[in-house]
Design a protein around this ligand. Structure first.
Ligand SMILES: Nc1ncnc2c1ncn2[C@@H]1O[C@H](COP(=O)(O)OP(=O)(O)O)[C@@H](O)[C@H]1O
Ligand SMILES: O=P(O)(O)OC[C@H]1O[C@](O)(COP(=O)(O)O)[C@@H](O)[C@@H]1O
Length: 303
């Protein structure tokens, strides 16, 4: 079974305005509200592709009720732990460029964390667990590392999509896959990652620190896959970005979908890129049809 953990779910409030002017009152032209947070997005994309998963994490208040309801309406299984404070709202303003405003995280009580750890202790050998997104301040900063230590005892494969210290200190627990974007990978090593060659170099450093596989996404410039034996670059024809939200999460879901259906790393990587890109160039998340149409446009070369 595939499980996703979202420690900090959100309602993503997407709003379209013509021009953003500081200090002005803006009239929205269009809006769209979706249950979000990285693990939840991975569960949504897996569901679109026909793979079941169970979404775990903390939700609370009226915003938490919306998140639960939306997953239930879409037929996505969840075992969220209730908390008393409201889940956050993340605002995505689409004008000439996109501007994001992430809401304040709710407090996660110690008992709620214990409940999550108890749930995770029930996972079974060879399950896949996606740990994705930011860590609320009330949780230990090394929570992903602590969870992974427990998962390693069971034999669960962990996919980690995190940044900063939450990523850095969890690498030693040997995640099966990490998916930093090039900025996040650069931040980890205090450098700037701007070319595929940089992505291979620093992706390999992340492997030396413990990861088994790494996808380094580079937005419209493609993506790099590295493990101990291979380094691949995926490229595709440049297209107009429509929605960057959830593109990275779609990559994680795409890789997992293809890999758990027996595809090798190269084909799973190709599928991941097609999933990420079709989310990025259309409204709403990727679908199997859009992915199938995009796959032949991707070229994969060895670096
Ligand atoms: N303008 C674009 N055109 C096509 N694909 C894109 C574009 N922007 C992003 N993507 C796809 O989404 C993936 C993830 O985007 P990126 O911005 O690197 O990650 P994240 O969303 O995690 O920050 C990229 O590797 C690529 O496949
Ligand atoms: O937990 P974080 O890092 O604040 O990110 C949460 C945000 O990331 C998203 O999951 C989108 O992530 P990506 O664009 O990286 O795929 C949004 O749904 C959510 O608002």
């Amino acid at each position: 079974m595939i499980y996703t953990v979202t420690l900090n779910p959100s309602i993503d409030y997407h709003v379209w305005i013509e021009t953003m002017t500081e200090g002005a009152i803006h009239q929205a032209q269009k809006e769209w509200k979706a249950a979000g947070g990285k693990g939840i997005n991975v569960s949504k994309v897996l569901h679109n592709l026909g793979s079941a998963s169970v979404a775990l994490g903390f939700v609370g208040g009226f915003t938490g009720s919306f998140i639960r309801q939306q997953l239930e309406q879409e037929g996505i299984k969840h075992r969220f732990i209730p908390i008393s404070e409201d889940s956050r709202v993340n605002i995505k303003i689409k004008a000439e460029r996109e501007t994001d405003l992430s809401g304040v995280s709710p407090h996660i009580p110690k008992e709620a964390l214990k409940q999550l750890l108890d749930q995770l202790d029930q996972l079974e050998r060879n399950d896949f667990l996606v740990l994705a997104g930011s860590v609320p301040e009330s949780l230990p900063a090394d929570i992903y590392r602590l969870i992974m230590q427990r998962m390693n005892e069971i034999g669960v494969h962990v996919i980690l999509d995190a940044k900063g210290t939450a990523l850095g200190n969890a690498l030693a627990e040997k995640p099966f896959l990490i998916k930093p974007n090039h900025h996040e990978l650069g931040d980890l090593f205090g450098v700037s990652v701007t070319t595929p060659e940089d992505a291979v170099l620093y992706g390999r450093r992340a492997l030396e620190m413990g990861a088994s596989n790494a996808i380094v996404s580079m937005a419209g410039d493609g993506a790099v896959f590295v493990n101990r034996t291979t380094a691949l670059l995926a490229q595709f024809p440049r297209q107009q970005l429509v929605n960057s939200i959830g593109a990275g999460d779609s990559m994680v879901a795409g890789f997992l979908y293809a890999y758990t259906r027996g595809q090798g790393e190269k084909e799973a990587f190709r599928y991941a890129v097609a999933a990420g890109s079709t989310t990025a160039i259309s409204e709403g998340f990727c679908t199997p049809e859009k992915i199938q149409a995009f796959l032949p446009t991707i070229s994969i070369t060895e670096l």
